[in-house]
Design a protein around this ligand. Structure first.
Ligand code: ZN
Length: 505
């Protein structure tokens, strides 16, 4: 046992009580031991509970084999370092959080978190990252600002913090509906009474005494840790301009070929602009410019890495404020496929590139109205026989192309259905996609239907979700009758099935 000699020394020195010893061990965490003198009526179970330990842990630290054998006046080593390691929490970084705000929310320093997580700099954290946190003890000055009162809606308890930049008011906010993730422990200070502590945390003296198995509520000792029932440790520690009420990114980890929702809510009208992956973002303004939605399609061949999202918030009055978050992009987990095709002319890269270029131009527009309602519906009553994203090699070449849509194995003549309300952009014959219909659903969302035998709508025509717009065929570069269905988001092809299963934005 690494600390056995230290413990022996502690026992020898522990003549004055209560007493806490802080020893800096080789590892990064601080090892703290407290000595507890057994009082009349105490059991090992109660003593352990007071220190948020299991009776077995206290017994093991003191070489006790029979938990009923403790006696009044006996000095017990309470291994608080064990508490710390057991109380390691995983904090998932959310949009708007900074290392400083997370550290403050858990009463730690940025340096603590950098060291505990082997991070090089505070700027390195990204949304969705799991940080290891060992919550610190709340200082008297910060207790009212970092701990929401129990029972109340903590969103009303937002307290301003020191400004992170001149002229920018920022704040910490806490999750409203967070599950309790650890008991909040209050460390008794000199002069504290249970009544005052109860008052501070919106509790009753009885509840605190019951929760902590206090035999005599009048007998508190300095350094004693009290469980405060109902207090939740913060899950969100956003450090955002005061006008920002919410900042969410869903999902938090981005996948190539899939779509992500970014939402910012502001208490006053504001205009938002932003950039991600080298592109200017299209921001949808709603609710009198207080709700700002962005839907981003992650291009298929984006490298797995962390990328900065930058937003600029321009309030109706005053200076623009920058908001940043690092976002992780990972591969979408698509498979590989080799395809053999006889007509090599159609494989000429120039033909494919020209078609993609034309489609990109057709589907890069942004209609400010939204025509789809909830999720999209499937475009054919037929079995799906190829999913989106499969990396493809044609005739033994490189895997430098991918399946840009989802295939449905409909028999020739099967109805092709509009996946949502919208306006027809083209119904035309393309070299690779054959007879193709494109529908604009607004807000940068388009669907495309390829290889049709015939198209039954005209450009400019308004169509409804489920309306028959054509029939399944095998026109263009096709190995047999099927419907090839694509979804384009601001000029990027993404997995359409995500839009069938989820509601955007
Ligand atoms: Zn296909």
């Amino acid at each position: 046992m690494k600390h056995s000699i230290v413990r022996f020394v502690v026992v020898l020195l522990a003549s004055v009580l209560p007493m806490t010893f802080a020893l800096h061990a080789q590892d990064e965490s601080e090892s703290i031991f407290t000595i507890h003198v057994v009082q009349r009526g105490e059991t090992l179970f109660r003593i352990a509970l007071q220190h948020d330990l299991f009776a077995e842990q206290v017994a093991a630290a003191n070489g006790i084999t029979d938990s009923n054998s403790i006696i009044v006046g006996q000095r017990l080593i309470i291994p608080l370092a064990t508490v710390a390691s057991d109380q390691r929490l995983a904090h998932t970084v959310s949009a708007g959080e900074t290392l400083a705000s997370i550290a403050a929310a858990y009463s730690r320093t940025e340096a603590d978190l950098l060291s505990l997580n082997s991070l090089e700099s505070a700027e390195a954290i990204y949304v969705g990252q799991e940080l290891v946190i060992v919550p610190g003890e709340t200082e008297p000055e910060t207790a009212p600002t970092t701990i929401p009162s129990a029972g109340a809606d903590s969103s009303d308890e937002i307290e301003p913090l020191a400004a992170s930049a001149p002229g920018i008011e920022s704040r910490l906010s806490f999750a409203r509906y967070g599950d309790p993730i650890a008991p909040f422990l209050y460390k008794v200070r000199s002069g504290d009474t249970l009544f005052e502590i109860a008052l501070r945390y919106n509790q009753t003296v009885d509840a605190l005494a019951r929760e902590n198995n206090l035999l005599d509520p009048g007998l508190l000792r300095v350094g004693q840790q009290l469980i405060i029932p109902g207090i939740q440790l913060p899950r969100l520690a956003q450090d955002l301009p005061a006008t920002v009420e919410a900042f969410t990114i869903d999902p938090q980890v981005l996948e190539t070929g899939r779509s992500v929702r970014i939402e910012l809510r502001t208490s006053e009208a504001a205009s938002i602009s932003g950039q991600f992956l080298g592109r200017e973002l299209r921001v949808i303004e709603r609710d009198d410019a207080r709700r700002h939605n962005i839907i981003v399609g992650v291009p298929m061949f984006t490298e797995t890495a962390i990328y900065p999202l930058t937003l600029q918030l321009q309030p109706a009055e005053g200076d623009a404020v920058a908001i940043a978050a690092n976002l992780q992009v990972v591969g979408g987990g698509y498979g590989y496929q080799t395809i053999t095709i006889n007509n090599n002319d159609l494989l000429a890269p120039a033909i494919e590139e020209a078609e993609i270029e034309r489609l990109t131009q057709l589907m890069s527009g942004f209609t400010t109205d939204r025509y789809w309602l909830n999720s999209l519906s499937l475009p054919a009553a037929a079995a799906m026989n190829a999913v989106f994203g499969t990396l493809r090699s044609y005739n033994g070449g490189e895997y430098n192309r991918y399946h840009r849509g989802v295939d449905f194995a409909g028999a020739p003549g099967t109805s092709v259905l509009a996946a949502a309300d919208g306006t027809v952009v083209i119904a035309d014959r393309l070299q690779i996609r054959g007879n193709t219909t494109i529908i604009d659903h607004g807000w940068g969302v388009f669907t495309l239907y390829a290889h049709q035998r015939e198209t039954l709508v005209e450009p400019g025509q308004v169509v409804a979700s489920g309306q028959v717009i054509g029939t399944v065929g095998s026109t263009g570069r096709s190995t047999g009758p099927h419907l090839h269905w694509e979804l384009w988001l601001n000029g990027v092809t993404v997995d359409p099935l995500q839009w069938v299963q989820e509601v955007f934005p």
